[in-house]
Ligand binder design. Structure first.
Ligand code: PLP
Length: 389
């Protein structure tokens, strides 16, 4: 079969490719430490599972409204209003199977051929992939270690123009663990308002913040009508496999995104949405407990990585990724990642999988047990010493 031209423009997420390679090695009898995929190793809290089981027993097994169950949209509106300090109406909320479709749908709805989209580099690879798929032009803004992996605001102001149709920000950030300070968010908001450009604010790691208070660009003056806020349940409630996420956006865009839902998934599984209501309305202690555990693991991995040959590791302020600098090893990061998978049995990602400015770094997810993290560090040391020679 001949694929349509547009398929040549669609990229991928290397985490899933490396996971497949690692699973193949395991199938052949190798033991692998998995630090490649970004998902909490915690179980979904019991009260959330119980709500899904109850919903199944009550027959919640049918189609639901494409934008989501009204009770869940209300719960999300209250949750987002409370956590971001902004008014949110339920009809500004669209529920999707995971948060990723919000990216896909918002970009398809807003970006046409030749339209420019400003996005972080390094950054979540799906942003660039979908912009290309939509016929748009990605404009990468470097996030540099010496600036704490914040947006290069001068570069942003140089690159934004009337051709810009969307600015994407992600804080706390995958893959660097960087967090955008309120001052930086304020300047991005000012630029967005000046050019009337919408901002897709990917806040999926909001709960995983180890220093300071969370700030959302949606809360800056005039930004509620320009922000598409993306969040979900995958990370905060350890629900990656359930596929439940949402976007909060101006009504006209919510209608367009809902139309994209009608044309694709129809709706998000109804019993899964009932679990989402239990997650938002129930006890938040499991979320706090998980974040505290991740803070300990962050300290362990940052300290351990810093002692490895040719590696220095900035301390991430949020999310659950370490982004160690391996430029001193003077090898392409992809090659180093390959050595570490094949010789150390440690699956992780190379920085350039997240964009040109990610070269010289590796990405490790520390959402894995302390035992695994210690094993990974011990197994990486001799392999990196060989690469360094
Ligand atoms: N945004 C970022 C930055 C992510 O890293 C991820 C998942 O890895 C997502 C969004 C998507 O999350 P979900 O599992 O809800 O689709």
């Amino acid at each position: 079969m001949e694929l349509a031209d547009r398929m040549a423009r669609l990229g991928t997420e290397s985490a899933f490719e490396v996971l497949a390679q690692a699973l193949e090695l395991e199938r052949r009898g190798r033991e692998i430490v998995h630090l490649e995929i970004g998902e909490p190793d915690f179980e979904t809290p019991e009260h959330i599972k119980a709500a899904a089981k109850r919903a199944l027993d009550e027959g919640q097994t049918h189609y639901g409204p494409p934008a989501g169950l009204p009770e869940l949209r209300e719960a999300i509106a209250e949750h987002v209003a409370g956590t971001r300090g902004i008014p949110v109406a339920p009809d500004e909320v669209v529920v999707t199977p995971g948060a990723k479709p919000i990216m896909f749908f918002a970009i398809l709805a807003l970006v046409g051929r030749g339209d420019e989209v400003i996005l972080p580099d390094p950054g979540f690879p799906i942003y660039e992939s979908v912009v290309n798929f939509a016929g748009g032009v990605p404009i990468p803004i470097p996030l540099l270690e010496e600036r704490g992996f914040g947006f290069d605001l001068e570069e942003l102001e140089r690159r934004v123009s009337r051709k810009t149709k969307l600015i994407i920000v992600n804080s706390p950030h995958n893959p660097t663990g960087g967090v955008l300070d309120p001052d930086d968010l304020g300047r991005i908001a000012e630029t967005a308002r000046h050019y009337r450009v919408p901002v897709l604010s990917d806040e999926i790691y909001r709960d995983f913040l180890y220093e300071g208070a969370f700030a959302s660009i949606a809360a800056f003056p005039g930004m509620s009508e320009l922000t598409i806020l993306l969040d979900g349940f995958s990370k905060s409630y350890a629900m990656t496999g359930w596929r439940l996420g949402y976007g909060v956006m101006p009504r006209a865009l919510a209608e367009a995104v809902t139309r994209l839902m009608v044309n694709s998934a129809s709706c998000t599984a109804t019993f899964v949405q009932r679990a989402g209501i239990a997650a938002l309305r129930g006890d938040q202690a499991p979320v706090r407990g998980m974040v505290e555990e991740f803070r300990r693991r962050r300290d362990l991995i940052v300290e351990g990585l810093g002692k490895l040959p040719g590696v220095s590791c900035p301390r991430p302020r949020g999310a659950f990724y370490a982004f160690p600098n391996v430029t001193a090893l003077r090898h392409p990061s992809r090659e180093i990642a390959r050595h570490l998978l094949n010789e150390a049995g440690v699956a992780l990602l190379w920085g350039s999988a997240f964009g040109r400015y990610g070269e010289g770094y590796l990405r490790l997810s520390y959402a894995s047990s302390e035992v695994n993290l210690r094993r990974a560090l011990a197994q990486m040391a001799p392999v990196l010493a060989r690469v360094a020679r």
